[in-house]
Design a protein around this ligand. Structure first.
Ligand code: SF4
Length: 90
């Protein structure tokens, strides 16, 4: 999910996200992540040119709310768990 454009450089990935200035921005912070709004945000994220940067930022900064990089908070927690397990196995 993109933040406010005023405080970050114009070419920053946040300003290149498909959610930046999107008329349905509330979809990225839905009341429930199993509903249509979240599904719409996730679908848009799949075509976003900065999806990977967005997802890694959300994981690194432990974003506990919102759709970031096409993932819900639950999905991000799963990714973190899987990465931890993978690093232990190596
Ligand atoms: S991946 Fe999704 S949340 Fe992230 S910048 Fe793109 S549209 Fe926004």
């Amino acid at each position: 999910m993109s933040g406010t454009a005023e405080s970050i450089p114009e070419n920053h990935w946040r300003n290149r996200g498909l959610c930046a200035g999107h008329p349905e921005r509330e979809c990225w912070f839905p009341e429930e992540y199993s509903g249509a709004a979240a599904a719409r945000a996730i679908a848009i994220c799949q075509a976003c040119p900065v999806r990977v940067e967005c997802l890694e930022f959300a994981i690194k900064t432990r974003q506990s709310e919102g759709v970031w990089g096409g993932t819900t908070p639950y999905k991000r927690r799963r990714i973190v768990q899987e990465r931890r397990q993978a690093s232990r196995a190596n």
